[in-house]
Design a protein around this ligand. Structure first.
Ligand SMILES: Nc1ncnc2c1ncn2[C@@H]1O[C@H](COP(=O)(O)OP(=O)(O)OP(=O)(O)O)[C@@H](O)[C@H]1O
Ligand SMILES: Nc1nc2c(c(=O)[nH]1)N=C(CO)CN2
Ligand SMILES: [Mg+2]
Length: 235
């Protein structure tokens, strides 16, 4: 997605969420500097080579666990939103790509990365401390931003880790995107935050994030090239 197409959506998000744009810009510059320092960064084409025609994108909704038990995912690229990494590892699956703003369980992200997963690490105004602490731990890292892209820090569109993972899949060539554990609704899945032991009732800022994520996925369905479907486990 071009920055010019993304910009109006982004401006609405920051206005409604109350994020200072300069904070997001600064985070992108810091991520860029960390990537250049560490020399473990990758470019778009290297990540595109990992994405097949069919991609499963795993969110952290409460249905994730049942879906992992019920379905077979061997015919597509496995792209996880952040904490969903831990759920896949518990099912002896290693994601191909982790899309994260680094608020998942870092030891699990690191384990999956050591086992071959590529990282798409997102910079925003509220995760600079996490970027600084954890980016140097990882290999094969592609940087993303939600403001203007920089040379090695990309903006494929998308806001939350989940919908951003779908935008990344589309941009890197997937033409069938299957969303797993994308329940949204009133309950935040337990994989969403390292501190959560159980699924939790939604809180206000998360509700706003879910609203944008759903809207953006509808936008992608309408304007993207990929067919998007939701996979839901049986009752
Ligand atoms: N019910 C749900 N509970 C949790 N995540 C969900 C749910 N439904 C869909 N998702 C998707 O799964 C993703 C999980 O990622 P993660 O929990 O790290 O959130 P995030 O985008 O980093 O937001 P936050 O900054 O609030 O943690 C979300 O971004 C969201 O798009
Ligand atoms: N500034 C800012 N940007 C974000 C944030 C956040 O908390 N602050 N959370 C995100 C993950 O959903 C994506 N983008
Ligand atoms: Mg996250």
């Amino acid at each position: 997605m071009d920055w010019e197409d993304w910009k109006p959506l982004y401006l609405r998000i920051v206005r409604e969420m109350g994020y200072p744009i300069e904070g997001d810009r600064r985070a992108a510059r810091i991520l860029r500097a960390l990537l250049l320092e560490g020399d473990e960064y990758i470019l778009r084409d290297e990540l595109a080579a990992v994405v097949g025609r069919k991609a499963y994108v795993f969110g952290c909704g409460p249905s994730l666990e049942d879906a992992l038990q019920e379905f077979d995912f061997s015919d597509g690229t496995l792209i996880v939103a952040d904490g969903a990494t831990s759920a896949l590892l518990e099912h002896d699956m290693v994601p191909d790509i982790i899309v994260s703003d680094l608020d998942g369980r870092i030891p699990d992200l690191k384990l999956a990365n050591d086992r071959g997963a590529f990282m798409a690490v997102h910079a925003h105004g509220d995760n600079v401390d996490k970027l600084t602490a954890y980016v140097p731990l990882f290999s094969r890292v592609l940087g993303t931003t939600q403001t203007e892209p920089l040379d090695i820090v990309y903006n494929f569109g998308g806001f939350t880790d989940g919908d951003r993972a779908a935008f990344l899949a589309e941009e890197l060539g997937a033409r069938e995107i299957v969303l797993v554990g994308f329940d949204f609704g009133e309950t935040v899945g337990r994989w969403s935050k390292p501190g959560l032991r159980e699924h939790a009732p939604i809180w206000e800022s998360k509700r706003k994030k879910f609203e944008f994520a759903e809207e953006l996925l509808k936008w992608l369905e309408k304007n993207g090239k990929a067919r998007i479907e939701y996979l839901r486990p049986g009752p």
